[in-house]
Design a protein around this ligand. Sequence first.
Ligand SMILES: Nc1ncnc2c1ncn2[C@@H]1O[C@H](COP(=O)(O)OP(=O)(O)OP(=O)(O)O)[C@@H](O)[C@H]1O
Ligand SMILES: [Mg+2]
Length: 450
Amino acid sequence: MRLTRYFLPVLKENPAEAQIVSHRLMLRAGMIKQASAGIYSWLPLGFKVLRKIENIVHEEQMRAGHIPMLMPTLQSADLWRESGRYDDYGEEMLRITDRHGRDMLYGPTNEELITDIFRAHVSSYRDLPLTLYHIQWKFRDEIRPRFGVMRGREFLMKDGYNFDLTKEDALHAYNRHLVSYLRTYERMGLQAIPMRADSGPIGGDDTHEFLVLAETGESEVFYDSAVTDIQLGEREIDYDDVDQCRAVMEEFTALYARTDETHDEAKFNEIPEERRRSARGIEVGQIFYFGTKYSAAMGATVQGPDGKPVEVHMGSHGIGVSRLLGAIIEASHDDNGIIWPEGVTPFHAGIVNLKQGDAEADAACEAIYAAMTAVGLEPLYDDREERAGAKFATMDLIGLPWRITVGPRGLKNGVVELTSRRTGENEELPPEEAVQRLAAIYEGHMVRGI
Ligand SMILES: Nc1ncnc2c1ncn2[C@@H]1O[C@H](COP(=O)(O)OP(=O)(O)OP(=O)(O)O)[C@@H](O)[C@H]1O
Ligand SMILES: [Mg+2]
């Protein structure tokens, strides 16, 4: 992409309405524009990151054996009456009446709809286990939408639902989700700590929330500082291996880590004092096992091995896809702007031409652009007639992790500059080597974009 042909409406001034850094930077970097309270348009740069995050979620869900699909945003109230949640859900549910006077709603979550699909099509234990998921817009009429995409009214969520014959199988599904979520967040450059949580209106027995530590987080959390040392890293996971998934779950949940709703002061005080932490966190996901709550209410049964009907054991598992953009920025920025982790960056590197119109500099930039594209990397070429300072400021603001700076002086010596946004370190090297270096950096971090 060439900046002169792109749509990147960056703001010079700090928008007054933004209270936290991620909201401010998303507005300033031209990623989103508020359409109405808690509802946003995703401008091209924001949309690009959103799609990458979505694609990481898809890749990791499919790796875990979960099956993608798509359910609608609008749902019939009748299904929610069956589960009893139409009245329970309260003011957060956006209720709509169609021209025939039928009660509809904009889905805040999808347990009812998926259970309805399941009961219509699955009748034998032989079709289990089954985990279906989708990534779809949700609507919750939050009292106080705020912090940009962090607490929107319309927001993008991955929600997945497991159907199992026994509690034991459903707990394996729970563990599979926990492990796949850990991998998902790590690929986005985030540490999200599973914390024991309260089940809330969805209702359940076992539930963990995934929290990214950040001062601006809305959740109060308490944890043993040793949990922050645990990482999934490169280890191979066999998602069919029940023991391995359970072992990973146990490893990540053995130490004390809880949100305020389940916080237990006595247990907390058993942790050595120097490791006790209380902090704030951003909830970027949650997993639930809730047994037969919906299958019982909605008659989702299968024929068991003995021919008798069995109510299936279910769980639901969500990732806050659009909230993740805010969480990543809260965790990764500096005074000059965003610093995207390689896994989610909208473009792999920026090309800054210090002397636009100079035949040699222009040709070198074009060659780098072509070479990057040839190895599957996506550059953003700042080809505007602007001063170097303004070009650097834009690149820093939008946060591409790498920048290649091209100018007549360097070209005389056959070199360009490769700069890391994170460390600010600079290296001079021939243009082909800069591209090779980028290709090596991004190996293993290539995510399908848009
Ligand atoms: N209003 C929102 N805006 C953006 N993301 C949200 C919002 N509500 C929930 N999410 C995301 O969707 C995920 C799954 O939804 P879940 O039902 O667990 O939300 P929740 O627990 O009600 O969230 P919260 O406690 O933050 O209101 C959450 O972990 C969060 O990351
Ligand atoms: Mg939650």
